[in-house]
Write a protein that binds this ligand. Sequence first.
Ligand code: ADE
Length: 326
Amino acid sequence: MNEFKEIRPTTFNEYIGQEDLKRNLKIAIEAALRRREPLEHSLFYGPPGLGKTTLAAVIANEMGVNIIVTAAPAISQKKDLAALLTSIEENGSVIFIDEIHRLPKAVEEMLYAAMEDFTLHIMIGEGAGARPISIRLPMFTLIGATTRAGKVSPPLRDRFGMIFRLDYYKTGDLIKIIRRTANIINVEVTKDGAKLIAERAKGTPRIANKLLKRVRDFAQIHSNNRINGEIALRAFRNLGIDELGLSKEDREYLIMLIKKFEGGPVGIDSISTALNEEKDTVEDVIEPYLIRIGLIKRTKKGRVATGNSYRYLGLTKTPQRKLFDE
Ligand code: ADE
């Protein structure tokens, strides 16, 4: 059985947090339903794991329509987009495209007309015999998601009627999410246990749920399937996750920045080479939380370690240099 599917909320009532965004979306949905129109095309942006895909599924469910879920890397050519859009069967369906900033230019341009007047312009045949045809599509709602709003091209961005930013979750909301998931996966969690997991989840529900499952493994073996503070702490010690929720990879990033590059500024290319990680992973997954909690800064010249970063690693910012050789 796929637990992942089960633990995802399917209604606004079940979806915890992001209150401002939910309030605005509920109004837009209610109004669209009353007009018997599809919801306007919407763009969600924010760090990974905050629930953009989940939210798209909630919207489709609340609108009472189907959802087709895909991601930009699966739409590398115009014919992929044509296949996707012609597979819409029901008026008002939601098409969810993750990582939408990665669509190739030619695909994006084809998407514009589809978004504006639900028409697909394609060429039939090749060479001298080629001719353009237009295919009328059912009306649909495009929901795009991206970790980088700045990378969505302005003409595409302008075609979304609504643009929402998802924020990191507060500890209180993560505690609710953890308790809800614990209930679904049948594990008992104490207040202390839930709080400890929430505090180390980097403000991110996907991480909270992942940590809960790792701690559950521990609880299953060591404490009769009951997660309390002590078990959670033991699990985190084993997983190498500290009080700030930072993992070994996060610490490696900071140590590299300080020891290898003297605290920066250093460019993203050098960082990704030094860590042997993809640039996108560094920029979208590792750095956002380090920035958020004030351990690093992105400047025009590159990444810089803050004073907090030195303190976190137990280092002093200005190493005492000897003036003279002894
Ligand atoms: N699981 C992941 N994100 C969630 C959210 N916002 N509310 C409830 N459960 C979730």
